[in-house]
Design a protein around this ligand. Sequence first.
Ligand code: HEC
Length: 147
Amino acid sequence: MKFGKILLTFVAVSVFGASVVGMAAEKEPLAPRVPADDMEEAKEWTNPFKPTPENIAKGKELFAGKATCFTCHGNDGRGDGVAGAALDPAPRNFHNPGLKKKSDGEFMYVIKNGIEGTGMISYTPGIVTEEEAALILLYERSLHDVK
Ligand code: HEC
């Protein structure tokens, strides 16, 4: 079998498989992801940017572009990106009002350190700077109350 055919078969099986099995569920999205020992320090971080429409738009552009968050978290942050379909636990759906209880610092910790044992790896400083991550956070935060 040619490589192209093998690849095509693989894609077909993955797409078929995903539609039969369904996407994995999120795992306790409101439970903390920062290790207890680091929590106090993590919570001290506050976002230097204000959630103005301009800043949220900048964050969205990064989220849906160079930062690659959309590949797993989906174009609209609903946790339904194609690269996230096979992940268990599933990527976070940011349209969840309960997430307002998590602090900006906890989210920033996750963007810097990832979540061990999941598809969420470290994105800062490797892929986006801390400033860019702070703008992305404004966008993610703006979604919590959006149905
Ligand atoms: C390869 C897939 C993937 C990409 C790309 C990705 N994430 Fe995630 N992300 C995940 C998964 C999976 C989880 C949920 C893990 C869990 O439930 O423990 C997650 C969770 C999160 C959380 C939730 C933390 C919490 O406390 O609930 C934040 C915030 C987050 N990601 C931000 C980002 C940002 C910002 C980007 C882009 C810079 C990004 N992610 C890119 C897979 C991804």
